[in-house]
Design a protein around this ligand. Structure first.
Ligand code: ATP
Ligand code: MG
Length: 139
């Protein structure tokens, strides 16, 4: 298995609630290396650009308003099998369905305010890393 990179965002709800340290601890303990990081305050337009794939979904307006509601911490994570492993550590989109011990089970409030984002495939990871870190050299 080769080393992969993925993108995570500790979303505005988790930053506002003071869960950044706890979430970073979980990721670091699971073997993720923090290859790059940025604290961002997305504009509505930037949030719409990032989540463009969801633009026709009924929750798009609400999601992009939420994602531009305050500071969020963006990281490029590096690990073996990083993309799939991050999704496991995050847990299901809806915290009501998330497995015990996952970040969303521990820190998410609801299906929208769900604490963390993770890329869902190699292509989306490449797009999302380029979105926030345009100069970074990809593996
Ligand atoms: P993310 O892409 O943020 O890692 P995900 O891949 O688990 O989450 P997606 O289906 O890609 O879930 O949805 C993107 C985000 O949109 C979710 O994380 C959540 O914040 C929001 N969302 C998803 N479904 C709903 C819904 N039914 N109602 C409100 N918000 C939703
Ligand atoms: Mg997704």
């Amino acid at each position: 298995m080769t080393i992969e990179r993925t993108l995570t965002i500790i979303k505005p709800d988790a930053v506002a609630a003071g869960h950044v340290g706890d979430i970073l601890k979980i990721l670091e303990s699971d073997g993720f290396w923090f290859a790059a990081t940025r604290l961002v305050s997305l504009t509505k337009k930037e949030a719409e650009g990032f989540y463009a794939v969801h633009r026709s979904r009924p929750f798009f307006e609400s999601l992009t308003t939420f994602m531009s509601s305050g500071p969020a911490l963006v990281l490029v994570l590096e690990r073996e099998n990083a993309i799939a492993r991050l999704r496991e550590v995050m847990g299901a989109t809806n915290p009501a369905q998330a497995a015990p011990g996952t970040i969303r089970k521990l820190f998410a409030s609801n299906i929208e305010h769900n604490a963390i984002h993770g890329s869902d495939a190699r292509e989306t990871a490449a797009f999302e890393i380029g979105f926030f870190f345009p100069g970074i050299k990809l593996l």
